[in-house]
Design a binder for this molecule. Sequence first.
Ligand SMILES: NC(=O)c1ccc[n+]([C@@H]2O[C@H](COP(=O)([O-])OP(=O)(O)OC[C@H]3O[C@@H](n4cnc5c(N)ncnc54)[C@H](OP(=O)(O)O)[C@@H]3O)[C@@H](O)[C@H]2O)c1
Length: 255
Amino acid sequence: MIAPKNILITGATGGIGGALALAYAASGVRLFLQGRDAAKLTAIAARCEGLGSIVETSVIDVRDIDALVVWVHIANATAPLDLVIPCAGININTGPNHAGEIWREIDALIDINIKAVIAVADAVMPSMRERKRGQIALFSSLAGYFGLPVTPSYCASKAAIKAYGEALRGGVAADGVEVNVVMPGFVESLMCDEMPGAKPMLWTAEKAAHFIKRRLQRNHARISFPFPLNFGCWYLAVAPAGVAQRLVKFFGFSG
Ligand SMILES: NC(=O)c1ccc[n+]([C@@H]2O[C@H](COP(=O)([O-])OP(=O)(O)OC[C@H]3O[C@@H](n4cnc5c(N)ncnc54)[C@H](OP(=O)(O)O)[C@@H]3O)[C@@H](O)[C@H]2O)c1
């Protein structure tokens, strides 16, 4: 894969999205960065420009799908996108005393973690197929392998993106488009901080971004880390359901 020159990242104000923007920032690289927090977005853009990139920012709420799609089309018309990373996401949990998720939050999560991600991929795909070039990195999570009791909707959203990315990859490979599913474990970020429970094998966002970048360069279908947490989570998906449930409880992920 030739190093990508025109890159679009949603959630660039976040821990992983920001670290990815910085990992790719360099002379000759044009970055299209999205976030909601204008101050954070300006700050990350300035750092990327300091590394030599041309940066265009957009403050959009990704729940506004029409605005999101228009932004992707404008970016792609400005500079045909080589790499698209819809990274924006949220996490919710069952709350104090495991009371249960709140529908308003579930609704937002489905919009942000599933609909907006698929909308971005869908918006850029025809152009990539026509050009016979392009890469789309979709953010799932190790939580997408097996549903965890504290975060049912989050796990469901990440399982959805895993399945979508795997399906898409097989369907567009012949057209020269690469689709990758990224499945991080625990990575330092606001979202991770706000999650209850233990965070074993926590990586910094910088370490995660450089790992992801290297694997994307080699077009790995699934970029899951860190070992052995990724192996453990994968095993939950293939083990008999009763065994997996007991393992989740044993390791303290039952809430
Ligand atoms: N950190 C982890 O441990 C971990 C593990 C597995 C997978 N992931 C996945 O990695 C991705 C990045 O997560 P992160 O850890 O970097 O989280 P983060 O630091 O909390 O960043 C989340 C990003 O999403 C953006 N965002 C959230 N809601 C939005 C909305 N409605 N409209 C527009 N932007 C919105 C935020 O923008 P503003 O801040 O500007 O509002 C921010 O840029 C997510 O898809 C997450 O599920 C993370």
